[in-house]
Write a protein that binds this ligand. Structure first.
Ligand SMILES: [Zn+2]
Length: 592
């Protein structure tokens, strides 16, 4: 019989400690110290209490705990001297059935790792879904982490231990994150659709209105119908819209959602998590035959990343009446206009149809969005959820430096108008100028010498510029300085620059009332409230123009990396996001 939290909270200390036996490898003191903080409001609260105990114990205690762990597929496994918990975990990952070559590879990695760090490699082999990483994934993680800085790697080992404990604790308490697993599996299913050229390599790329993109829309629409949405349709820009009706007709809607397009070779959770978390909530409501005093409108936004066309946020922009007519005539890399792409996808491709998507704010309560953090903050703090205070303002530009293409052998260094060198200088300026602000960021993400040759001084150099800051004023000051520097470089080097602004988004502070609802939801899960700004732009910043909005962030694994296939969260964290969303819905229902 699995234990219950009530049993743990009410048992005498010795007995409670016995219930938590085996969580931390040969280190019962962690659970014992945490028990001093009983009663726990939730298992999440207990997990966090144990995290804080180990944190407070310091580096030596952490190292000792790490060293108490067996090597992966190591001597202890072969000699069958592992603890029951470790045996089960290494079995699940298939480590007990390694081929001789795999076994030799892992032994070599163990030796290299130990020589570099002086402790055994720790990996939660049951993985973010709890069902086990493949041997390939384990070896890849091993190879990648071998290159980490020792301090970073120590912290990563500790986090993996906490993840191992989380799964062991779930087992003890029969606490399967069923809704988190559901959300996880939906995202896995959606990630089956990827564009040619990437799909073959197992990479995820879904850009606006490609075949893979349309397959995603169809899949999301299908899921929306399955969970019990009353109305599902794909709108004139390719958004998939699902509505779950209120108890009474004519009631207002809570708008929510996020995007389903991806960057090239991106992660599976960016955007998509914010579609499926509310869908899990609708599923639960529908299964319980429950209606709220307000409706829920979930929008899976078709475009947020600005990959195929220079029209970032066009999908959420359409909902607030911010769709630029000239976008329809923009062409992609293959010369296909957006209008053509829309019509090929069966969309009208007319401005009238797009203009009709604008929402009437009087019909909505507000907009909320769940999103993976896409940064390292929550991961470093061992917090599963964070409440967003504001979305940073940003501006994007595309530019080109035009100099003179000339012979690389015969043009003396002091007589060149090298366009690429001019942009290189600009890049370094952007780096140091943004750094000076402390919380501004500036990036040249694309850089190319069109038709360049090994023996030709670059005559042209194309580049992009992405600048972000917590307030509009700070962002604008950054851009003004960059423009001034561009003029100075142009004069000094005898080149000229073109610069075209492609996107500008205002900083979007969260609505206090909606932010407070997220905070209460997080608190209700037994977790501390942690507030942070969003460095990334999100659909919520477009909806901000029309209605109050607030976002919830979910911790990312692997240092919080995003726009990268290593992007990940656990199904346990996804479960907490669903629970938080359900709590938010209950709050709004109670207020009505
Ligand atoms: Zn996103």
């Amino acid at each position: 019989m699995p234990y219950t939290l009530e049993q743990l909270n009410s048992a005498p200390l010795q007995q409670a400690a016995q219930m938590l036996d085996g969580l931390y490898e040969h280190s019962p003191w962690i659970a014992e110290q945490a028990l001093a903080q009983r009663p726990f409001a939730s298992l999440a609260a207990l997990k966090l209490a144990m995290v804080r105990v180990l944190e407070a114990a310091g580096r030596e205690a952490q190292l000792k705990l790490i060293r108490a762990h067996p090597e992966l597929a190591g001597k202890a496994m072969v000699a069958k001297t592992l603890t029951a918990e470790s045996t089960h975990e290494q079995n699940t990952a298939g480590l007990t059935q390694c081929t001789p070559a795999e076994f030799a590879k892992i032994q070599q990695l163990n030796a290299d790792y130990n020589a570099k760090f002086g402790w055994p490699f720790i990996l939660a082999v049951r993985g973010p879904r709890g069902t086990g990483l493949s041997k390939g994934q384990i070896i890849a993680a091993f190879e990648r982490r071998l290159h980490a800085h020792p301090d970073v790697e120590l912290a990563e080992c500790v986090r993996n231990i906490h993840r191992i404990v989380e799964i062991r604790l779930n087992d003890k308490f029969g606490a399967e994150p069923t809704l988190g697993n559901l959300v996880w599996d939906w995202q896995e299913q959606l990630a089956q659709h990827s564009e040619p050229g990437y799909a073959e390599r197992g990479e995820l790329t879904v850009t606006y209105l490609t075949e893979a993109h349309r397959a995603c829309a169809a899949s999301i629409a299908q899921t929306m119908r399955e969970v019990g949405c009353d109305e599902v349709h794909i709108d004139a820009v390719g958004n998939v819209v699902g509505r779950y009706h209120a108890a009474t007709p004519g009631a207002r809607y809570l708008l929510t959602g996020s995007h389903y397009d991806t960057v090239r070779n991106g992660g599976k959770y960016d955007g998509r998590l914010g579609i499926y978390v509310p869908l899990a909530c609708v599923r639960e409501l529908h299964q319980a035959g429950q209606r709220l005093p307000f409706g829920i409108e979930i929008v899976a936004f078709a475009e947020e990343e600005g990959q195929r066309y220079r029209a970032t946020f066009l999908a959420s922009g359409a909902l607030v009446g911010d769709f630029h007519p000239e976008w329809l005539d923009q062409t992609d890399a293959d010369g296909v206009t957006m209008r053509q792409a829309m019509q090929a996808a069966g969309l009208p491709g007319t401005l009238e149809a797009i203009a009709a998507l604008k929402r009437d704010p009087a019909r909505y309560l507000g907009f909320v969005e769940v999103h993976i953090e896409q940064g390292p903050v929550l991961n470093e703090l061992n917090l599963p959820l964070g409440v967003v205070t504001s979305i940073n303002g940003s501006v994007r530009l595309v530019g080109e430096a035009v100099g003179t293409a000339s012979h690389a052998g015969t043009t003396p260094m002091d007589r060149r108008a090298d366009a690429a060198c001019a942009v290189a200088e600009l890049m370094l300026f952007v780096e140091q100028r943004a750094r000076r602000d402390g919380d501004s960021v500036g990036t040249v993400g694309q850089l190319s010498v069109p038709n360049g040759s090994v023996n030709v001084v670059p005559g042209r150099c194309a580049f992009t510029l992405d600048l972000r800051a917590p307030s509009n004023a700070q962002r604008d000051a950054l851009l003004a300085d960059v423009r001034t520097e561009i003029d100075a470089i142009a004069t000094r080097r005898g080149v000229r620059f073109t610069l075209e602004e492609t996107m500008r988004a205002s900083a979007a502070p969260s609505d206090p009332a909606w932010q407070a609802r997220w905070e209460r939801a997080v608190q209700a899960l037994g977790l501390p409230i942690f507030r942070l700004p969003s460095g990334a732009g999100h659909d919520a910043m477009k909806l901000h123009d029309l209605m109050p909005q607030a976002m919830l962030f979910v911790r990312g694994e692997n240092g919080g990396i995003s726009h990268n296939p290593l992007e990940s969260t656990t199904s346990d964290d996804m479960e907490l996001a669903v629970r938080a969303f359900q709590h938010l819905l209950q709050q709004v229902a109670a207020e009505a």
